[in-house]
Design a protein around this ligand. Structure first.
Ligand code: GAL
Length: 670
């Protein structure tokens, strides 16, 4: 892991000067300085300009841009332009165009329209990366390599014959022989047994439901295939400039689930992420928090960079909502609160042409006489005031288990209910923790859990023996574990764990389910002790656990819905349904109180409290998402950094919509 050679909290965005006449550039850098911009990402989509025909290069434009940035004290996060191969490449290599599940070959004309397994693409990508690296390794503006852009955003899967061959190669390495593959995939079902490796193809559109293990391995392969492209580019860059850190921008939220970022993150020198709000989410601040906690966890607790978000509306949702007053500031500072040491936008200057002409930017179409510009300048000053926060990290005693393999498997077709969505479940458990100010890390099922008191697995449909044993050990060794329904159900090959559900967690939870009763959309059942449950139910039998709540209506009347099991020196809870939000919140409150987990700070409703801990001080971020001012207790000896004022009387008032960052003496609690 390296650090970024930019002072304080980096600030900037994607900068595409190639879209503008050169006279505009001088205004760009002048305004960047006015806004306090310290780093911009350049060259992301400039392949066609840099290499106008195969092997012919023209770096004159990039030379001038990098020099101009450097003269103005702005650092460059220099991108390899490999997310958008030029038209000449596809005319020379039409076989590198991707093929979708239905066998349709796509055309060039947008971006990221290439087959990840194409040897011609790999060769061309490494060539341009190598040229860039050689030319700019020593350029004083370049502080980081931005490898590609959002790997897999548009081409996570390609079903062409080249990809099929690569898939078979990956399967051979994984299984070594066909018997092992046939066993893992359960191919005796529907006459799917393979006798020759060449019989195996990607899970292309077929008449009925494809084999689950086949689909799951395909998802794994697709993630690995793109990862190998990233690593190959990174190696080329590293060789030329060993001291310059490399990153690539993740997309951990929204609907994107194509990459197993637990496998990607260790390959990045600095982890970075892109985050966009969904116009339909009335509480996108929770999405930001969840995303930030997940990215910080992927980064192993180290600071990360927010590589992209938006100042206002995006252009790719059915209706693209602008931000409300103060939202730009709250959003950016919330990312910092959750561990970002850099805040960047897509993009610097709003485009006037091209597919993203209706996307917001730091400098909008309206120019500097605009609310967005004023907010952007003010944010620059805020980030400057937070310079000392850099390098500090979160501190959590609650871990939420997050696993892409489990997510992929849960969302394969032909499940008991297609209404069960991984991210929805994680969010529904995360929300009450967020509301009560409890700090959360995300972990893999096999992570070291020794620093946590409470581990939550909202859903772990798929878990391997190692992961299940790790979570069991945690509970038996004195921890508190809470597991959500339809967990432990299958092993790493999607084979059902027999003998009753929730398979791998039956013993630790002290329950045994003999049949699943998913609920219909809109259906709910009442619970003893108040509240209702929806989405899912199952016929749970106690096998050591006690009942906390049971159903009071429907076919499962009297059957446990939530159970608690003392196991070893710890406790394991099973939530066999989805309680309504306030019932779930009360339950999680009880679970965490019993586990001895306290919130970061008790705050009035609507005020988010997040703590970053540095070597000498704690930084308490208070973000008021509500409509009224709110008082929060702070340490007697504290300073508010954004206003640069000492706090008197051990209490601050956070105005509606406002953010405060309070430096307190480092507390002794872990
Ligand atoms: C990202 C992408 C950017 C831009 C942005 C628009 O997915 O990396 O290049 O397209 O979306 O929101």
């Amino acid at each position: 892991m390296s650090t970024l050679n930019v002072p304080g909290i980096a600030y900037g965005g994607d900068y595409n000067p190639e879209q503008w006449p050169e006279e505009v550039w001088a205004e760009d850098v002048r305004l960047m300085r006015e806004a306090g911009v310290t780093m911009v990402s350049v060259g992301i989509f400039s392949w066609a300009l840099l290499e106008p025909s195969e092997g012919v290069y023209d770096f004159s434009l990039l030379d001038r841009i990098l020099d101009l940035l450097h003269e103005n004290g702005i650092a460059a996060d220099l991108a390899t332009p490999t997310a958008a191969p030029p038209a000449w490449f596809f005319r020379a290599h039409p076989e590198a165009l991707p093929v979708d599940r239905d066998g349709r070959q796509l055309s060039y004309g947008s971006r990221q329209t290439f087959c990840p397994s194409s040897p011609a693409y790999r060769e061309a990508a490494l060539r341009i990366a190598g040229e860039l690296a050689a030319r700019y390794a020593e350029h004083p503006a370049v502080v980081m390599w931005h490898v590609h852009n959002e790997y897999g955003c548009h081409n996570a899967e390609c079903y062409c014959d080249t990809s099929a061959e690569a898939f078979r190669g990956w399967l051979r390495a994984r299984y070594e022989n066909l018997d092992a593959l046939n066993d893992a995939w359960g191919t005796t079902f529907w006459s799917q047994r393979y006798y020759d490796w060449d019989e195996i193809i990607p899970p292309r559109a077929t008449g009925a439901v494809p084999n689950p293990a086949h689909q799951l391995d395909w998802r794994r392969f697709c993630s690995e295939e793109l990862l190998s492209l990233y690593k190959a580019e990174r190696e080329v860059l590293r060789e030329a400039a060993p001291g310059t850190p490399a990153t690539t921008n993740f997309m951990v939220m929204y609907a994107f689930d194509a990459l197993d970022y637990w496998r990607w993150a260790p390959e990045l020198d600095i982890v970075s992420n892109d985050h966009y709000l969904r116009s339909t989410d009335p509480e996108s601040e929770i999405d930001i928090a969840l995303s930030g906690d997940l990215v910080r966890s992927l980064a192993g607790g180290r600071p990360w960079l927010l590589m992209e978000h938006s100042t206002g509306a995006v252009n790719w949702q059915p209706v693209n909502r602008a931000k409300t007053a103060g939202e730009l500031r709250r959003n950016a500072l919330a990312h910092v609160a959750h561990g970002a040491d850099g805040i960047a936008y897509f993009q610097w200057r709003a485009a006037k042409a091209g597919a993203e002409q209706w996307h917001s930017a730091m400098l909008p179409h309206a120019g500097t006489d605009s609310q967005i510009w004023r907010d952007v300048v003010a944010l620059g000053a805020d980030l400057k005031a937070l310079a000392e926060v850099r390098g500090s990290t979160g501190t959590a005693s609650v871990a939420v288990v997050w696993d892409w393999n489990a997510r992929w498997a849960l969302e394969l077709p032909s499940q008991p209910s297609e209404q069960v969505r991984y991210l929805d479940l994680v969010r529904s458990w995360y929300e009450p923790l967020w509301r009560s100010g409890v700090a959360v890390d995300f972990v893999r099922p096999d992570a070291d859990l020794s620093s946590y008191r409470l581990v939550l697995a909202p859903n772990l449909y798929l878990v391997d023996d190692e992961g299940a044993a790790n979570l069991t050990r945690f509970a038996e060794g004195g921890g508190t574990l809470a597991v959500g329904f339809h967990s432990g159900a299958v092993d790493e090959n999607c084979h059902v764990r027999l003998g009753g559900y929730p398979g791998a967690f039956r013993d630790v939870l002290g329950v045994r389910t003999d049949e699943l009763f998913p609920l219909l959309p809109g259906e709910s059942v009442s619970l003893s002790g108040g509240g209702t449950a929806s989405l899912w139910s199952e016929r749970v039998h106690l096998a050591g656990a006690e009942t906390i709540t049971s159903y009071t209506e429907g076919p499962l009347t009297g059957i446990p819905a939530v159970t608690r099991h003392g196991c070893g020196t710890g406790t394991a809870w099973y939530l066999a349904t989805l309680p309504d939000p306030s019932t779930l919140a009360a339950l999680l409150d009880r679970i965490r109180a019993e586990a001895g987990v306290a919130p970061v700070r008790v705050t009035p409703e609507g005020v988010e409290a997040v703590l970053r801990r540095g070597p000498e001080a704690d930084y308490l971020f208070l973000i008021n998402h509500g409509d009224g001012g709110a008082e929060v207790d702070v340490a007697p000896d504290a300073t508010e950094l954004l206003a640069g004022e000492r706090v008197h009387g051990g209490r601050v008032t956070v105005a509606a919509g406002d953010v405060m960052v309070v430096r307190e003496p480092r507390s002794a609690t872990p």
